[in-house]
Design a protein around this ligand. Sequence first.
Ligand code: NAD
Length: 511
Amino acid sequence: MAQGATVSETPVRRTIQVTSPATGARLGEYPACDREAVAGAVARAREAQRTWAALGFAARARILRNVRDRFVDEKDRICDVVSGETGKPRHDVITNELLFLCDAIGFWAKRAEKYLADEPARPHLLKNKRVYVSYLPHGVVGIIGPWNFPFNLTIGEAIPALMAGNAVVIKPSEVTPGSAVLGAELARAAGLPENVLQVVTGYGETGQHLIELADMICFTGSVATGRKVAERCGQLLKPVTLELGGKDPMIVLRDADLERASSACVYGGLANAGQVCISVERVYVEAPIYDAFVEKVVEKVKQVRQGPPEAGVVEVGSMTFPPQIDKVERHVQDAVARGAKVLAGGKRRTDLPGLFFEPTVLVDVDHQMDVMRDETFGPVIPIMRVGDEEEAIRLANDSRYGLDASVWTRDLARGARVARRVQSGAVCVNDVMVNYAVTEVPMGGWKESGIGYRHGKGGIRKFCAQQSVVIDRFGMKSEINWWPMTAGKVKLFRRALDFFGSGWRRKLFGA
Ligand code: NAD
């Protein structure tokens, strides 16, 4: 177990005990890596990165496709671990972690070379120079991940970084360390060279050590931690991207297809027990269709099956992180205390041993309530009646977050028009969350939802330092601005400057 060896070779000061959030069963113990352990991993990564980068795109792509094959072969083992430590249904691991990841491996394997090819530029002025921009790997990328998609948001984030020629050290969430450890172990077994992808398990301090030691940081997690990460990276002047929380609005306009919109609302609000950064977190519905929409949502929510992964096919599993269910409970209680009405669910399940919160629908909500302002990150759908499109847009933008959003209307031009006015990094029209699967376009947050993005050309270029190269083509003995300065040259430069102000330039060239 090469990647596990990376962790276990190092002195263990503390350990992490992982238990199933769905059943309470004990699952495993992992070391909490100290600075020395992280430094060792980064040093080994630095060494391995040179050979990995020298392999070139085609060889790296071949190896990563083998890794993908291995993930497919070992899907049951991956489901055991991911479902075990998150409490999500096994089918969710297949659809929302492995399918995305395996597709993304093919995507980056195919496109990395094109996205990172030297980009020629034609200088407007210095025609005697050849100019291009190169994208060179940072070296060692540190990936710090959350617990909600512990395979995809660690191993998956590493794929473009690796394709760009970096080595990667992952610090997974202390809540779900086993997923990344298994992913790295399987990657190594599939032929990924030793130390190119390592995992250092641990708490926040392990993440802090990684920030100090890696060359670039790719962070996914909460706004509160994101701020600390940004602060430290700012002090160190280290490149960083931050994928943070969301409070995604769903705007349902009066001409929406209510059948589709209500199903999407239920799925978007409850998938992964609402623990998705791009979950539907708040819903604004135009008054004429409000009652019909709410009725449909409530009816569908009441049909949702909830239980532990072992309970057969269920749509909603347990929550993952104990403090998260407390937060969900607080949000619902705060809303009810301020006048909200519960139309479905509303409380913890006491008939099950794990962290289960009933799929919940709230109405009569407003922006005084936490549930409409702060990220709930749980299976709660608050629905608010609005007078018209303008009010919906105003309320959607009344948020410190700006990650994702959806607009529902049969008029696609209207949908696009409204989308343009919503302040968020992505907007889906007549769909929810689906932009995550569109790897061609950027996915990242506005406002407090983050800085930088994944996916698209920029989603791999972020793992590179860009270098502009200017090559002199003709090798003349001297350039006009070099010394010695002469009266003739000075005159020439003055004329050139006057040319900008003469008005003739604008007349001749329009600029
Ligand atoms: P978190 O911020 O508590 O932890 C994230 C990671 O940061 C963990 O690995 C943690 O150990 C580490 N960490 C904690 N303190 C640190 C420090 N001082 N320095 C470095 N690392 C530190 O987040 P979480 O609770 O694990 O994840 C849930 C949050 O993640 C939600 O807010 C959710 O919206 C967000 N999220 C965002 C996206 C996205 O793409 N925008 C995706 C998934 C989750």
